[in-house]
Design a protein. Sequence first.
Length: 490
Amino acid sequence: MADEVRKTMTTDTGRPVGDNQNSLTVGPRGPVVYEDFLLFEKMAHFNRERIPERVVHAKGSGAHGHLVCTNPDMAKWTSAKLFEKVGKKTPMFIRFSTVGGEKGSADSERDPRGFAVKFYTEEGNWDMTGNNTPIFFIRDPLKFGDFIHTQKRDPQTNLKSPTMMWDFWSLSPESLHQVTILFSDRGTPYGYRHMNGYSSHTYSLINAKNELCYVKWHFKTKQGIKNFAREEADQMRAVNMDFAQSDLFDHIAKGDFPKWRVCIQIMPEAEAESYRINPFDLTKVWPQADYPLVEVGEMTLDRNPVNYFAEVEQAAFEPRNVVPGMGYSPDKMLQARLISYPDAHRYRLGVNYDSLPVNRPQCPFATYNRDGAMRFDDNGGASPNYEPNSFGGPAEDKRYVERPKQVSGTVARHNHRDDSDYYTQPGNLFRLMTPDQRQRLIGNIAAGLSQTTRKIQERQLCHFFRADPAYGEGVAKALGIPVQELAGVR
């Protein structure tokens, strides 16, 4: 390789570098001089190599792939072009993640898993920012920051605190459904390939006749569901903190491409108002007996990132990114995320985050947004930066005006706990479990709840008993609390 022609090293602005081994100093033993442009450029860039990690979903893995439409009837529900015909293929990028851990934490921890997908359609990007659970801990966004603080570190000890977690959950009975899922086998999935994904939120689809239906998205793994037991997850954390990352990367690298069946539940708009469950409550599922799954496509992951930072760390997903033929819903949590997600990206990546290659649309686009930190294209050149204008700038198209919707009601801080059925669905979930699954659920709960105060334990046990007496009795027994001592909380 002696004759190999190598590129000349340069500075960031292209100045050739003559010596990358020695700093500019006053004599061999003298001080460094300010004019050492190379030293200061390298140090300044090194100091800024780490952008702020995500507050939640910090530990993540990603891959490229595609979605293929498989349902010939999609026009009944949506005019979105990615579903216009069977076989239509849309490129996409996915980022899986844990939720509560920092970037250096283990990806086998007990935690929900993020399931965020970016589809690069011919009408713009569609982002599906979901989880591996169909529900969440809370249903009012005002409580989101409070909840996430309990999953992070104690402000005094800087340690994870079971007391903080269980104190919040015991005072937030709407969390019981998600707590039951989290402490079941599904709380420690075997990597990312063997878990389902869900939109969790309710979205909407709109067809060419301007008819709307509400939908929930489901991504069903075709690899089969597989989970760690608590002891296995603990062992994997000690053996390989990046198990899920390596499992995903290695299987794609050897051509074993993971696939998911993409489905929706469909609720006609007229039924939403009178359905027995609030269809926009993020703590509840729609029973499939009422709204069965309808397959609409297949998602395949077939290409690993070339550069983790550029493609995975800088990926920015946001639920406001929908395309014509899609829309939102009155889900309070979703409404808040429409604002909070882009705000988080502007803080973490800068105002031009959506121009980064992994986030940039793969279809033509034209805006009047200009300037801002890290603007790395031509910034609109000489074209006008205002609208309306007389110089050929991009113009609005009335075909894409949002569908009108009627709303009524009193503006107030309505008590979201007026709907107090916190227990039917978690109780049903508990009763669906096999005896072995119930025992593992109870053991997982007791392992954390045992580290809190008796007052918090009793308050949480009250919720378990109300969901199912066997649920409460099982946890009480695992905690070593005689059931007769709990007469006041049952």
